[in-house]
Every structure is written in structure tokens, then in C-alpha cells.
Design a protein around this ligand. Structure first.
Ligand SMILES: [Zn+2]
Length: 249
């Protein structure tokens, strides 16, 4: 849904990935600003999202969560939304939807009864009988990365992180690796992954499919050369999607 950063470009904006599978249903990985509008553009009913997996509580990854919760309160079938996130997400969300100085009116709409919030750190659990979710901490403001195992395929999503040997170990053997690549090396800023870091990561993880996300404008300018260099670095397929691109695995 969103393959860029907090800085909008004509091609990309903030983080959000929709995983659709016959067994898993509809799962969102992060839900940054614009995600709901993009669900609308793709004709996906937001009431059908079963689970949101949040990597960390930064604006570009989480801001559309409140609208998603609110619109469920207006749906006739009142389907519950499962939310997974890093340590602290329970208190954070509870504050937002109950404190009258913030968005406390959501409580009067019954929103607290429409969500099941689970805090993750490391370890595995079942999202449903067909989908296993694992997580591991990353070095980005208390964030976590996720791994989904469904239908014989494994999808690992880094969220925001610098290159991290623990994450590489966690991701090894994945069918699909969705990894951030924020900046070119000489412009690397904050706790993020550079183009050169990602080339190394691709060769270490050797996924069948690498999907590169979270490009800041400086990285987007070099999209073509990044793709060429990544293709030389390992044997799998490389996608650097734009917002709303669909990748079938
Ligand atoms: Zn981010």
C-alpha cells in the first residue's frame, strides 16, 4: 500500500503492506497515513482486515490505526480487529481511545470492545490455525520485525531497522523478505538501512523474493541502480514497489 517514508513523493508514501492469502485472509503489516485510502483504491473493504501487525509506534507506521478502529464501530457486523505490536502498544492505544483529552470519544462508540491487542517481543504464536507469526526486536525505538508462516511460505518484514545480524538470522530461509532501505550510504540518517547494507543483507539472507520498501526521496532517485546492484548480489527476484503495486508469490 505504502512503500515510502513520511515524506510523500509522486510514487510513494508511508508504510503499509497488505498480505492477502486464501488461508490467512487479510493482514496488514503496518498502517501508516494513507493506508485506508489505498485500501479503498484497491477495492478492499477495511472491515475485512482481520489483523494488523505494527512494527513500531512511529507516525509513518501507525497513524491510520485509529481510523480503522473507528470505522469498525460503524459496521453492522462489528468484527473484532486483532492488533499485534511492540511492548507498550496496549497502554499507548488505551490512552488514545480512552483519555478524553485525546480521542476518548472512541470509547463511547464501543471501540475498546472491538479490538484484541497483543504485545510481541520475541517468540512465536498462531494468528489463526493456518498462520504462525514470530517476532524479534530490532534496533529502532523499541520496534520489532515479523515473520509470517503460511501456506508453505515464509514472509519476513523488517520494519525500520539498521542492518542487524540477529534479524538476518531470523530472516534466513524466508521465501519473501520485505526489508527497508531508507537512504544511500553517504546520506544514511537515523536508525535505518542504507543501499550498501541492503546489498549485504540480500546476499546473507538469500530470499527467493526481496521486496524493498521505506525509500526516502534520496533513495528513490537511485531506484534503478539499486535494483541492478541487488540483482547482482544474490539469486532471488527483486522488487522495489511503488504504492499500490501488487506482487503475487
Ligand atoms: Zn518509518
Amino acid at each position: 500500500m505504502g512503500a515510502g517514508s513520511i515524506i510523500p513523493t509522486p510514487l510513494r508514501f508511508s508504510s503499509g503492506i497488505l498480505i492477502e492469502s486464501s488461508k490467512a485472509g487479510k493482514i496488514l503489516l503496518d498502517i501508516g497515513p494513507g493506508t485506508i485510502e489505498k485500501l479503498r483504491k484497491l477495492g478492499v473493504n477495511p472491515n475485512e482486515i482481520e489483523t494488523v501487525l505494527v512494527t513500531h509506534l512511529h507516525i509513518d507506521h501507525v497513524v491510520d490505526l485509529l481510523p480503522l478502529i473507528k470505522l469498525r464501530a460503524y459496521a453492522s457486523d462489528k468484527r473484532r480487529l486483532k492488533i499485534y505490536g511492540p511492548k507498550g502498544i496496549k497502554e499507548w492505544l488505551s490512552l488514545l481511545i480512552t483519555d478524553q483529552r485525546l480521542f476518548g470519544y472512541l470509547s463511547r462508540l464501543g471501540c475498546p470492545d472491538l479490538i484484541d491487542v497483543h504485545e510481541k517481543h520475541s517468540g512465536s504464536s498462531l494468528l489463526n490455525p493456518d498462520v504462525k507469526v514470530s517476532s524479534t526486536p530490532v534496533q529502532h525505538f523499541g520496534g520489532i520485525a515479523y515473520k509470517l508462516e503460511l501456506g508453505g511460505r515464509t514472509i519476513t518484514y523488517s520494519g525500520d531497522t539498521p542492518r542487524d545480524p540477529k534479524l538476518i538470522e531470523f530472516a534466513r530461509g524466508s521465501t519473501v523478505l520485505i526489508h527497508e532501505c531508507s537512504f544511500p550510504r553517504e546520506k544514511l540518517f537515523g536508525k535505518h538501512t542504507s543501499d550498501e547494507d541492503l546489498i549485504r543483507i540480500a546476499s546473507e539472507v538469500e530470499p527467493e523474493v526481496l521486496i524493498v520498501v521505506h525509500l526516502y526521496p534520496e533513495m528513490e532517485e537511485r531506484e534503478e541502480s539499486l535494483k541492478r546492484r541487488l540483482k547482482d548480489a544474490f539469486h532471488g527476484e527483486v522488487y522495489i514497489p511503488r504504492d499500490l503495486d501488487i506482487i503475487e508469490v
